[in-house]
Design a protein around this ligand. Structure first.
Ligand code: UDP
Length: 254
């Protein structure tokens, strides 16, 4: 681990200097935090699963023409990514009411929304990532009007893609959070999807049973988080061969 220069350490990931200019190595930790890091634990195997799952989603999105930071997976916990200047926004899409929206508006969790709703939080841990209107984003210069339009369009494409992929394996995509970054081609900034896409930043419910397969398992003490993420990875066919769990049963292949 000392072989690379650490540039940044967040709650769930570490960024190291990449092998080439314009690249970084993103390392997925096993640390889990919730409620602005008031609740924390180390969940063995989470980082390995999120590395695989984020690779899977970013690769799929790349294949349908959504530009992402993902270059390639390096090993169990690390992936090579493009270095981007992060837009300081958490872009959240909601298909069904849950979490903070359900609480704020008094809507029962799981209620289908009239249409997908995109909202923005300003990325600032000290402030608890406050919800912000678009007007703030442009007035404070966090993104231009043109960028914001592109962010919304791309986010809705990501929502369609993820909803479809999840639906195909019997999972309802309730909501999720993504982040964008800018890379520069000459003087021109271009937006790309950055950070990660994993059950840490999505709400995923089993279509049949309503069982939660995301970080709410940790937030709300609903069971074993690694088992939930393993189930998502198993259904998507991206289970790393060397991650095994006591209750993983052999499956019959026809
Ligand atoms: N989310 C996230 N990081 C955050 C806040 C939210 O990944 O800092 C994700 C969260 O997992 C959920 C969605 O964004 O899938 C909407 O979260 P919500 O606003 O309901 O907040 P929460 O209830 O998680 O505090």
């Amino acid at each position: 681990m000392a072989r690379r220069k650490k540039l940044y350490e967040g709650k769930a990931k570490v960024l190291y200097e990449g092998p080439e200019q314009g690249t970084l190595v993103q390392y997925f930790k096993d640390d889990a935090t919730a409620f602005n890091a008031e609740k924390r634990d180390v969940i063995e195997g989470k980082g390995v699963l999120n590395n695989r799952l984020s690779e899977f989603f970013m690769t799929g999105l790349g294949q349908i023409g959504v530009p992402t930071h993902f270059i390639k997976r390096l090993n169990m916990r690390e992936q090579l990514i493009k270095a981007a200047e992060i837009v300081p926004l958490e872009v959240i899409v909601r298909n069904f009411a849950a979490g903070s929206m359900a609480k704020r508006l008094g809507i029962e969790e799981g209620t289908r929304l009239p249409r997908p709703i995109v909202e923005f939080s300003y990325k600032d841990d000290a402030l608890g990532d406050p919800l912000v209107p678009e007007e703030y984003i442009m007035a404070f210069g966090w993104a231009t009007q043109q960028e914001l339009g592109e962010i919304v369009d791309t986010t809705l494409r990501v929502n369609d893609y993820l909803s479809g992929v999840m639906y195909g394996v019997g999972i309802k995509l309730i909501d999720f959070k993504i982040e964008f970054g800018r890379i520069y081609e000459g003087d021109f900034p271009r937006l790309i999807l950055a950070d990660e896409i994993s059950p840490d930043s999505c709400r995923l419910w089993d279509i049949e049973t309503g069982e939660k397969l995301d970080k709410d398992v940790f937030r709300r003490d609903l069971g074993n988080l690694t088992d939930a993420y393993t189930e998502v990875a198993r259904r998507l066919g991206v289970l790393p061969s060397n991650v095994t769990h006591a209750n993983t049963k052999p499956t019959l292949i026809n």
